[in-house]
Design a protein around this ligand. Structure first.
Ligand SMILES: *Cc1c(COP(=O)(O)O)cnc(C)c1O
Length: 315
């Protein structure tokens, strides 16, 4: 098996001072369009849809969703029709994320918050299935059992690439961490950095995704003190720290997912959480396209962040 993404050592004065070695698994580079972990999570879902000769995929996401962006492109590549159930107003359809999704052929169905809240409700899903027979429904963020197998492959690749003690990943819905737990089979310490505030249920959500035999593994934890106020929330100071880290390392990060992992890493190292000589791997889950929504809403200044591919011409 050849590794899909490279492993890159990074240096930083703080790592040096504390004698910690850090390398980053560049899943953000798997594909120049799809953000890393979404590609991993979609891989076996789309394979399954193809094998089952499904008419198409149905999935869910917000107006700026990395998953929607990635799923639209992956389905376009695979020649699979896809419907996106989007939380928000039709007026958002020309934003960066959705303009690309439409460009790649995704059908956008906008729903209000109340309907969107039903995205995991059995009755609602059954109704949706009746409305779109022979379609495969993939949950928000792509996190289901099939997603875990794709993510687990990251560990196989890492085991060929290096030896390490701890792997750190950002956590949103928990699918990525669950896949890593499954693939790791208790070889390493796994730390998830929650990027959202609703902390308590994340651990049970991860466990729920795991098969029975993996539920009792305890080489992982989720840290809940680095969400910076909640999902997609951060102070200008937090964002500045992420930007500085990008400048030192030459690697692009964004402040919604990977940036919070960086803030956590720096804080943990500085507070002496890791013993000297500890070997850490960071999983770069991608998500750089998400910056566009921050620029569009004036939350971040476009001139200070990585340049994104130009949006498609609107039709
Ligand atoms: C979705 C996403 C995550 C979180 O992954 P989960 O599997 O939902 O926990 C992390 N990073 C990026 C860039 C993402 O888009």
């Amino acid at each position: 098996m050849t590794a899909l993404s490279k492993l890159q050592s990074i240096s930083h004065p703080i790592f040096k001072k504390h004698h910690i070695s850090v390398a980053i698994k560049r899943d953000d580079q798997i594909n120049n369009i799809i953000s890393g972990n979404k590609w991993r999570k979609l891989k076996h879902n789309l394979r399954h849809a193809k094998a089952a000769t499904a008419k198409g995929i149905i999935t869910f996401g917000g107006c700026f969703s990395n998953h929607i962006h990635a799923a639209a492109f992956a389905c376009y590549q695979q020649n699979l029709p896809i419907i996106g159930i989007i939380r928000g107003e039709v007026s958002n359809q020309d934003n960066y994320t959705l303009a690309w999704a439409k460009h790649w052929g995704m059908q956008l169905n906008f729903v209000d918050r109340k309907t969107y809240r039903l995205r995991n409700d059995e009755d609602y899903l059954q109704q949706l299935q009746q409305q779109y027979p022979d379609h495969i429904i993939v949950p928000e963020g792509g996190s289901n059992t099939l997603a875990l197998a794709g993510v687990a492959e990251i560990i196989d690749e890492l085991n060929q690439q290096t030896e390490f003690d701890t792997l750190i990943t950002p956590v949103g819905s928990g699918g990525t961490l669950a896949g890593l737990i499954l693939g790791d089979k208790a070889q390493h310490q796994l730390i998830g950095i929650s990027v959202l505030k609703q902390q308590d249920y994340l651990e049970s959500q991860v466990k729920e995704l795991l098969p029975a035999e993996a539920k009792k593994l305890n080489n992982w934890s989720i840290m809940n003190q680095y969400h910076c106020g909640g999902y997609a929330k951060f102070s200008q100071q937090d964002a500045e720290k992420v930007r500085e880290f990008s400048q030192v390392t030459g690697i692009d990060f964004e402040p919604v997912y990977s940036g919070k992992m960086i803030l956590a890493l720096l804080d943990l190292i500085e507070s002496g959480y890791f013993q000297p000589q500890h070997r850490i791997i960071l999983l770069h889950t991608g998500g750089i396209q998400g910056l566009a929504g921050m620029f569009e809403r004036g939350i971040l200044n476009e001139d200070e962040w990585p340049t994104l591919p130009l949006p498609p011409m609107s039709k």
